[in-house]
Design a protein around this ligand. Structure first.
Ligand code: SF4
Length: 291
């Protein structure tokens, strides 16, 4: 198995076979993201190489593979025919394969359009992890996400119509003190229109070698403290009206939240209120991330 550059996968893909389809990220501008800031250029691996890695995995553990994740940062941006081919090929190799997943930003998903997304779904792509971060356009512009709230909504609508599940990642605290309220309200609005199967919460941890860390150090961005993040989460959970799952499966969060909306809304809100009664010193300390 050959890997090139940083290989990241979300915790929910911990048991997945990882076969690299792309290298780097074609966007690589998000101000909070350090993953590819060392200059690695985006490229799509040759389909023959990807297939050779799939063959190798099939020979060694083919009958055990139930979920497959194709890194790297924005694999949805690879040409549709090539992505469809490796999805189809994987479905022939792994008899127990239930799910094929990639990372994909909303603007790349939107660019695919209905027809290409349907082709990918038919080829076996089943889930896309989407870094929504926020539904507030002012924040999305400031963090250079490359996607607007309208892109997020279109991506969710198109993917769902094609039969591809969206897992939406929301970054708590990414609006800073200045836009915390708007971040919660606008993100809930966008989530309600995107209708992702799962909303996965992460909390902003500034990372080394990122423009956002420079803004924090220069006083241009005021981070939220633990209670402010929890208040933001409360507003977000209160504003999501669609049926969806909420998960905070990440080390950055101050509180582990998991539940189904709308059924568990009161349980989640109560958990947040209880956490808000704790002294701030009992939460994880501020730190600068290095990975
Ligand atoms: S799209 Fe994802 S991988 Fe690319 S720069 Fe933004 S956060 Fe990083």
């Amino acid at each position: 198995m050959r890997y090139e550059g940083p290989i990241y996968r979300p915790p929910s893909e911990a048991d997945s076979l990882l076969v690299q389809a792309t290298v780097g990220c074609p966007h690589n501008l998000c101000t909070f993201c350090m993953v590819y800031k060392d200059g690695i250029k985006f490229k799509v691996r040759p389909v023959a190489d990807i297939k050779a890695d799939l063959d190798e995995a099939a020979a060694s553990c083919g009958s055990q593979v139930r979920t497959l994740f194709f890194p790297a940062g924005n694999t949805i941006a690879m040409p549709t025919a090539a992505l469809a081919e490796i999805c189809r090929y994987s479905r022939t190799l792994f008899p127990r394969l239930k799910r094929i997943t990639v990372y994909g930003s909303s603007h790349y998903i939107r660019r695919k359009g209905a027809e290409q997304l349907q082709a990918l779904a038919q080829a076996g792509l089943s889930r896309i992890h989407v870094g929504v971060e926020s539904g507030d356009d002012a924040i999305l512009t400031r963090i250079k996400k490359g996607a607007t709230a309208a892109d997020h909504i279109a991506a969710g609508t198109l993917a769902r119509a094609a039969g591809i599940e969206i897992n939406a990642y929301v970054m708590l605290g990414i609006g800073g003190l200045e836009r915390s309220e708007s971040h919660a309200l606008e993100t809930a609005r966008v989530i309600n229109e995107m209708r992702p199967a799962v909303v996965r919460l992460r909390t902003l941890v500034p990372k080394v070698n990122t423009p956002l860390l420079q803004d924090i150090q220069a006083g241009r961005f005021q981070m939220l403290g633990p209670h402010q993040v929890l208040e933001e989460t409360l507003a977000l959970i209160s504003g999501i009206t669609i049926p969806t799952l909420v998960a905070s499966d990440h080390y950055t969060n101050y509180l582990d939240l998991a539940g189904r909306l709308p059924e568990d809304r009161e349980y989640l809100r109560e958990k947040l209120r209880q956490a808000l009664s704790r002294d701030e010193s009992t939460f994880r300390p501020f730190f600068i991330g290095t990975q």
